[in-house]
Design a protein around this ligand. Structure first.
Ligand SMILES: NC(=O)c1ccc[n+]([C@@H]2O[C@H](COP(=O)([O-])OP(=O)(O)OC[C@H]3O[C@@H](n4cnc5c(N)ncnc54)[C@H](OP(=O)(O)O)[C@@H]3O)[C@@H](O)[C@H]2O)c1
Length: 295
């Protein structure tokens, strides 16, 4: 029987530690974990049962057949270079990195054959390792790079109960931009909504509890109905007067939010049109004119 792969993870931040916890729970504990600072190493030791190093890169990495770099994006290339220069990739067949913004050939430009380079990007917002480890099961993991690296990444993803999604190098930027819009910019949008609840007079401690069920029910609708059917609200109904009134308020009381509202209205208008509701069409026409007058 073939020997199981020895995985070594570099970076014990949110992603590296979440991966170590989840792999250990899946019965495929990494051989080791390295991180830069004593504090991160201490936390990783506490949360995982995985041997953990800090500071100088340990010789032990040289025995790993698969290396996963889960460090900050700018540190990825220099760390890969340090591993190569230190002879620590001598047993490695595959090096994966977790940054979704750059293809492996760029992020790991210093490495090359016979090493296979790949991107292994969990499509998740991992804010803490323990929750991240739980959410990895069922998450999509984008894989990109050399064939052997994509194969290895898919094995790791399946071991975690995640869904491997293979992407061409040219698709990674669109993929990453989608992730940013869906998660980071959604938080920015919700922050704008909270600000407006404050403006409406909702007490600070009530704002988030008031907004959360709205967001949850919207996500439930999205999962059940998809787009465009999950769209509700004034644009869907073609209520141009309400859109105009909202814009007047924003221009007057929160002008920094007007461009955001206009951009989101334009995208909602595209969805509303896709619903082909004849009753809404005259209003949609007026909304289109309103947007054109503000362009
Ligand atoms: N968080 C997410 O939701 C998410 C999702 C998908 C992909 N990713 C990607 O996963 C990777 C890790 O992200 P993260 O959220 O886990 O970040 P993080 O929690 O900030 O952890 C970053 C890790 O990088 C290490 N590090 C930072 N600068 C370094 C340097 N100059 N040299 C060596 N190590 C350095 C840190 O070490 P110390 O703590 O020991 O100093 C820490 O272990 C990134 O490429 C990120 O884009 C993140």
């Amino acid at each position: 029987m073939a020997e199981p792969h020895r995985i070594f993870i570099l970076g014990a931040g949110r992603v590296g530690t979440a991966l170590a916890i989840a792999l250990e729970r899946a019965g495929a504990a990494p051989a080791g974990l390295w991180t830069r600072s004593p504090a991160s190493a201490e936390r990783a030791r506490r949360l995982t049962g995985v041997p953990c190093w800090q500071g100088a890169l340990p010789e032990m990495i040289g025995q790993a057949t698969r290396v996963i770099l889960a460090v900050s994006d700018p540190a990825t290339a220099s760390l890969a270079g340090a591993l190569l220069d230190g002879g620590l990739l001598r047993s490695s067949e595959v090096v994966l990195h977790c940054a979704g913004g750059r293809p492996a050939a760029e992020a790991l430009a210093g490495l090359g054959p016979p090493l296979a380079r790949g991107t292994f990007h969990p499509l998740l917002a991992i804010a803490d390792p323990e929750a991240g480890a739980r959410h990895l099961a069922g998450a999509a993991i984008a894989l990109e790079g050399d064939e052997a690296a994509r194969r290895a990444g898919a094995e790791v993803a399946r071991c975690l109960g995640a869904r491997p999604v293979e992407l061409p190098a040219g698709g990674l930027l669109a993929y990453h931009t989608a992730a940013v819009l869906a998660s980071n910019h959604a938080v920015a949008l919700w922050a704008a909504a909270l600000e407006l609840l404050g403006l409406a007079g909702v007490p600070a401690e009530e704002q988030l509890p008031a907004l959360q069920p709205l967001i949850s029910s919207t996500l439930t609708n999205l999962g059940a109905l998809g787009v465009p059917a999950a769209l509700t609200g004034p644009v869907r109904r073609g209520d141009a007067a309400q859109v105009a009134r909202a814009l007047e308020l924003l221009d007057r009381a929160a002008p920094h939010l007007s461009p955001l509202y206009l951009a989101a209205t334009a995208q909602a208008l595209r969805l509303a049109r896709a619903l082909s509701d004849p009753a809404a069409e005259p209003g949609l026409q007026q909304i289109e004119e309103l947007l054109r007058s503000r362009a």
